[in-house]
Ligand binder design. Structure first.
Ligand SMILES: Nc1ncnc2c1ncn2[C@@H]1O[C@H](COP(=O)(O)OP(=O)(O)OP(=O)(O)O)[C@@H](O)[C@H]1O
Ligand SMILES: [Mg+2]
Length: 398
C-alpha cells in the first residue's frame, strides 16, 4: 500500500514535535509541517496530501477559520484533529469547520496511526462512490489582474481578457473584487444588476443559486458586479470569496478577477485562490517603485511563482520594457501599447475594446494573449508563461 501523505499543522513547535513523534510510522509520509495560518494555507493549498492533521488543545477561531478555508478549497483533503481536550465544545466546533474526526490523545487505547488510516480509507471510498455519480468535473483557471497602484489598467485588461476568452468560446466569469470602487459595470454598460452583496445576503453558494446573481453580458461573459456603494464593501469577508470561487470553479473555464489597488484581507484571500496573478504596471517611476514593494510582499506570501508581469501603456515613456523587466527581475508576459483615444471611447460607450475596436493594437494584443492562454491550458506541462517576443524600442537599438 502507498504511504498516506500527511500535512501536520501545529501552532507551537512543541505540539508539532509531539505530533510528528506520534505519527512516526512506515504507513505515513509527512510531506509538510505548517502553521495553521494564511502562510500554511497557501502551502497546504498546493501540497499533494491525503490528510491534514491539526494538533490543538483549544481549537481557537484562527484554527477553525484555517480548517474551514481548506475544507472549502480542498474537498479531497481529509481534516483530522489531534487533541488532549476532546470535549463537547471542541467536538461541535470541529464538526462545524470541516474536521471529520477527532483523535483523543488522553485516551491511551487509541492508536492514532491506525485511526487515521481507517478514517481516510472510509473517506476515500465515500468520495469514490460520489465521483461515480457525478458528471464532469471542471477546474477553472482563476486569473487575477492586480496591481497596488490606481489607474494602471487592471480593469481594462481584466474586462478585455474576459471578453477575448469568451470570443474563443470559453466559459468565462468576471468578478469585480474592487469592492469599494469597482467599475466593471461601467466598462460593460451594466446599468443595473445584482452584486456580490446579494450573494452574501442570500448565503447560498450552490451554483444554481449563485448563477442567478451573475449578469449575462452579450459577449457571453457572466459578471458578478461590485457593491453599488463603498459602504457595503465591509460586508464581504474572505470566506465569502472562497465560497464563491469554489462554487464557480466547476462551471467555468476561466474566472477573471478584477482586483482593487490594495492589499487587504479580501484581495489576499482572492490572490491565494488564484492560479495566476497578472501584476499590471505602467512605464513610470512611481508605478515601478510601487510594483517593487508589492512584488516583494507577494513573494513573502509565497505567491512569487504564480506572479506574471503585465506592462500597460508600453512605449509611452522613456522607461522601456527592458528597463522595467530588469528592475523587477521578471519578463513581461503581456505588453499593451498606449491608446488613449480608443480606451476612452470604449469606456464612455460601455463597450470593451475587444468588441468595439477589435482592430486596435490593444485589442489585438489581448486577443493574442487570450489565444496563448487557451493554448497554455492545453499543454499544462509547459509550466510558466513564455515572455513576449515583440521587441521594445530599447531592444531594437541593440
Ligand atoms: N493602454 C491604454 N492606453 C490608454 N489608456 C488606457 C490604457 N489602458 C487603460 N487606459 C485608461 O486608463 C484609465 C484607467 O484604467 P483602468 O480603470 O483599467 O485602471 P485600474 O487599474 O483598473 O484603475 P483602478 O485602480 O482605479 O481600479 C481608464 O480610463 C482606461 O480607459
Ligand atoms: Mg479598476
Amino acid at each position: 500500500m502507498d504511504k498516506l501523505k500527511v500535512i501536520v499543522a501545529a501552532a507551537t513547535p512543541e505540539q508539532r514535535d509531539e505530533t510528528l513523534r506520534l505519527l512516526n510510522s512506515d504507513k505515513l509520509q509527512i510531506i509538510a509541517t505548517i502553521n495553521p495560518d494564511s502562510s500554511g494555507l497557501n502551502k497546504a493549498g498546493f501540497a499533494p496530501a491525503d490528510v491534514l492533521i491539526l494538533a490543538s488543545d483549544s481549537l481557537d477561531n484562527k484554527e477553525t477559520d484555517f480548517i474551514e478555508r481548506l475544507y472549502m478549497t480542498r474537498p479531497g483533503l481529509v481534516n483530522i484533529l489531534i487533541t488532549r481536550e476532546k470535549n463537547a465544545d471542541i467536538l461541535q466546533r470541529a464538526l462545524l469547520c470541516g474536521i471529520i474526526w477527532v483523535i483523543d490523545l488522553a485516551d491511551e487505547t487509541e492508536n492514532p496511526v491506525e485511526t487515521i488510516i481507517s478514517v481516510i480509507n472510509r473517506e476515500k471510498n465515500r468520495q469514490a462512490a460520489a465521483n461515480n455519480c457525478s458528471l464532469v468535473s471542471y477546474a477553472s483557471e482563476v486569473m487575477a489582474f492586480f496591481g497596488t497602484k490606481g489607474g494602471v489598467g487592471k480593469t481594462t485588461t481584466a474586462v478585455n481578457m474576459a471578453v477575448s476568452l469568451a470570443r474563443l468560446n470559453k466559459r468565462v466569469a468576471l468578478i469585480d473584487l474592487d469592492l469599494q470602487f469597482g467599475d466593471v459595470g461601467i466598462f460593460l454598460d451594466i446599468a443595473k444588476a445584482d452584486s456580490i452583496i446579494d450573494v452574501v445576503e442570500e448565503n447560498d453558494y450552490e451554483y444554481s443559486t449563485l448563477s442567478s446573481f451573475l449578469f449575462k453580458h452579450s459577449s457571453g461573459v457572466r459578471v458578478l458586479c461590485a457593491p453599488s456603494a463603498p459602504e457595503y464593501a465591509e460586508m464581504v469577508k474572505p470566506l465569502h470569496i472562497e465560497k464563491i470561487l469554489s462554487s464557480l470553479r466547476s462551471e467555468f473555464d476561466y474566472i477573471i478577477l478584477d482586483m482593487p489597488p490594495a492589499f487587504n484581507d479580501i484581495s489576499i484571500a482572492a490572490l491565494e485562490q488564484s492560479s495566476e496573478i497578472f501584476f499590471v504596471i505602467n512605464p513610470d517611476i512611481s508605478s515601478l517603485r510601487n510594483a517593487q514593494a508589492s512584488i516583494s510582499v507577494l513573494e513573502q506570501l509565497n505567491m512569487g511563482s504564480k506572479l506574471n508581469l503585465v506592462i500597460n501603456r508600453d512605449g509611452f515613456s522613456n522607461l522601456h520594457r527592458k528597463d522595467l523587466e530588469d528592475v523587477l527581475g521578471r519578463k513581461a508576459v503581456l505588453a499593451l501599447p498606449c491608446d488613449y483615444k480608443n480606451a476612452a471611447k470604449a469606456v464612455n460607450r460601455g463597450i470593451p475594446l475587444a468588441l468595439a475596436y477589435k482592430q486596435s493594437k490593444v485589442a489585438a494584443e489581448l486577443s493574442k494573449f487570450a489565444q496563448r492562454t487557451v493554448e497554455k491550458a492545453k499543454t499544462p506541462e509547459s509550466g510558466s508563461w513564455p515572455a513576449i517576443s515583440i521587441p521594445g524600442r530599447r531592444d531594437k537599438r541593440k
